[in-house]
Design a protein around this ligand. Structure first.
Ligand SMILES: *[C@@H]1O[C@H](CO)[C@@H](O)[C@H](O)[C@H]1NC(C)=O
Ligand SMILES: *[C@@H]1O[C@H](CO)[C@@H](O)[C@H](O)[C@H]1NC(C)=O
Ligand SMILES: *[C@@H]1O[C@H](CO)[C@@H](O)[C@H](O)[C@H]1NC(C)=O
Ligand SMILES: *[C@@H]1O[C@H](CO)[C@@H](O)[C@H](O)[C@H]1NC(C)=O
Length: 221
């Protein structure tokens, strides 16, 4: 009887949690989509990519060659523009994207973020980068971030499904493994290619430039 009672309570709590979220979940197991007023929750955190999927050929190849990816997003002083840095290690080499995003009002666009301008840096060579990026950002827990990124990659429209954990929470291998198949189900439901996927191995190093490594080393002292 006591056990039954407890189970009933748990169900009630779960129902209240679902009713209490302020936006309808978007299906396929995606968590709540972040709207502009809640965007602050994901800023100033180093997000470590733990799992990723793509639905276009070059993206499918990219996820199979990716070793690590680190994302940082910060709000600029105007409180409108979001600045981002994405540091990837692909086949052991650094590929960095930096740029600006806007958080549009719903009258303009229902995506969470739109790419304004960006550059890519590969093998120390910097070049402009424009993939007409649009990102939808979702969050199911404070240390979780899920993003669906829409872009046009060398002429081909495509999407990536990016699943992040905040740095420090990204090394719980058992927890990540447990979430893996649910994430793959979400990916399949959203029509991503699930035959090729990135799973962070918990070991691969991040691409960080020397200056920052030195700064961190001196901060740590
Ligand atoms: C940006 O937001 C912060 C905190 O909400 C506020 O203190 C600051 O005045 C705002 N700045 C501008 C330019 O609106
Ligand atoms: C990067 O990932 C690829 C594909 O999983 C792997 O073959 C390669 O050894 C990794 N390289 C490094 C430096 O970790
Ligand atoms: C981001 O915007 C700032 C101006 O606010 C500009 O100086 C910078 O070059 C932009 N970054 C990129 C990568 O376009
Ligand atoms: C965003 O969604 C709202 C509500 O569904 C809709 O009224 C609005 O037209 C949408 N905005 C755009 C730019 O599609």
């Amino acid at each position: 009887m006591w056990v039954l009672h407890k189970t009933g309570l748990l169900v009630l709590v779960l129902v209240l949690m679902v009713l209490g979220s302020n936006a309808a979940p978007e299906g396929c197991g995606l968590p709540e989509r972040l709207t502009k007023p809640h965007l602050r929750k994901v800023l100033e955190v180093r997000w470590v990519l733990v799992q990723a999927f793509a639905d276009y050929p070059a993206g499918v190849e990219l996820v199979s060659r990716l070793n690590s990816s680190l994302l940082e997003v910060d709000l600029k002083d105007d409180n409108e523009t979001v600045q981002f840095t994405e540091r990837n290690t692909v086949s052991g080499m650094c590929l960095i994207f930096r740029g600006n995003l806007s958080a549009p009002d719903p009258e303009t666009s229902n995506h969470t973020l739109l790419l304004l301008s960006s550059v890519q840096e590969f093998d120390s060579k910097v070049s402009p980068y424009d993939d007409q990026g649009r990102a939808d950002v979702y969050q199911s827990c404070p240390e979780c971030l899920t993003m669906v990124y829409h872009g046009v990659f060398e002429g081909t429209p495509g999407r990536m499904l990016l699943i992040y954990r905040s740095e420090g929470k990204h090394l719980d291998v058992e927890q990540l493994k447990a979430a893996r198949s649910a994430n793959a189900q979400t990916a399949e439901c959203l029509k991503f290619n699930i035959l090729s996927q990135f799973n962070y191995d918990g070991i691969a190093e991040f691409c960080l430039d020397k200056k920052e490594e030195e700064k961190e080393a001196s901060d740590g002292r």
